[in-house]
Write a protein that binds this ligand. Structure first.
Ligand code: NAP
Ligand code: 8YV
Length: 320
């Protein structure tokens, strides 16, 4: 008699995967949901059979974890950023790594614009002002106009481009910094983040995370942005020097910041809580029902295609 076909064993390594995606995974694979954290003894027994990892954009997949899984073939990241995956270790082993580009561009760009408006127009403070019954005693102080202002984008890729498109509708004047100037791009290019920051009112960081961009927005860049400038970070916490940012906000060397990402998530330095010139969101730029469904479909589609012997749908550039 033929051996019954075994479903590939998949280790989910993060608590950030949505229930609908986990459900699809468990219907199609033998799902081990965070077993390495929850039952290390059971994980040690299962590890030699695990063929796939389901991760999220911010999940850590270090070399040491991969080394425990000799049969590991694919890491499917639910997110476009994959800086948490040790790519050197994955490449050495020929492990396929996939991610979910494009399907989240709209939502991340929407949140970048929302943070810009929130900090410039003081929307969280205005909400509190009304709720606290302060309106009858007089108007709030005037805010800062965003339409027509100058926007600098650090990382003019898929999402940076979507931010630029929205900013154009606000009549903003756009410039950018990346490692290389983009072909056929009419926006002015600046060879450094500091040079860009010196010329804009809003600076949005939207590069990948990882060693190459660590501290890309540092004290020098914040000083160049200046006391009328706003910083928005929807990239990765590591892209901004968080200590330098906190100091710049406390000393009012920049006007304000809108942050969706942090160096040590979900821990946010408590110094930010005391500040009136920062708007904080909990790494939620892609967190809508529609986009998370699309990300889940693509993350699952990558696993499904791979185990059907087809090409992965959206491998990361290093695996293309
Ligand atoms: P992408 O299309 O690859 O664009 C990345 C851009 O960053 C490119 O313009 C690239 O241009 C530039 N870049 C890369 N390394 C750089 C460096 N060292 N210095 C300066 N610029 C650099 O990526 P994407 O799809 O737009 O996503 C960007 C990132 O957004 C993701 O990797 C992720 O970290 C973050 N993200 C966050 C959320 C959230 O929930 N907050 C959601 C989705 C994505 P060059 O190659 O010319 O340098
Ligand atoms: C997360 C993200 O993946 O795509 C990325 O790079 O940071 C986000 O979309 C999402 O929060 C799921 O964990």
């Amino acid at each position: 008699m033929d051996k019954p076909e075994q479903k590939p064993e998949v280790l989910a390594v993060t608590n950030k995967l949505p229930p609908a995606y986990l459900q699809t995974l468990s219907e199609n694979f033998s799902l081990l949901d965070r077993l390495h954290e929850q039952d290390p003894t059971a994980f040690a027994l299962a590890a030699p059979r695990i063929r796939a990892i389901a991760a999220s954009g911010e999940a850590k997949v270090p070399r040491a974890l991969m080394e425990q899984m000799p049969a590991l073939q694919i890491i499917s990241v639910f997110g476009v950023g994959y800086d948490g995956v040790d790519m050197a270790a994955a490449k050495e082993r020929g492990i396929m790594v996939t991610h979910t580009p494009d399907v989240l561009n709209d939502d991340v760009a929407d949140l970048a614009i929302a943070l810009m408006l929130s900090i410039a127009r003081r929307i969280p403070q205005a909400d509190q002002y009304v709720r606290a019954g302060k309106w009858p005693s007089g108007p709030m102080p005037l805010a800062s106009k965003m339409s027509g202002a100058r926007l600098g984008i650090v990382g003019l890729g898929r999402i940076g481009g979507a931010i630029a498109k929205r900013a154009e509708a606000f009549g903003m004047r756009i410039a950018y910094h990346a490692r290389t100037p983009k072909a056929d791009c009419a926006y002015p290019y600046f060879a450094s983040a500091a040079a860009l920051a010196a010329e804009v009112d809003y600076l949005v960081a939207i590069t990948p995370g990882g060693a190459a961009t660590k501290g890309l927005v540092n004290a020098e860049v914040l000083n160049a942005l200046g006391p009328k400038g706003y910083l928005i970070n929807v990239a990765r916490g590591s892209v901004v020097d968080e200590v330098a940012l906190l100091l710049a906000l406390q000393e009012k060397r920049i006007a304000g910041a809108g942050l969706d990402v942090y160096e040590n998530e979900p821990n946010v330095p408590s110094g930010f809580y005391a500040l009136d010139n920062v708007v904080l969101t909990p790494h939620m730029a892609s967190a809508t029902v529609q986009t998370r469904a699309a990300m889940g479909a693509l993350a699952f589609g990558n696993l499904q295609a791979y185990f059907a012997g087809q090409s992965a749908l959206s491998p990361v550039p290093e695996c293309s």
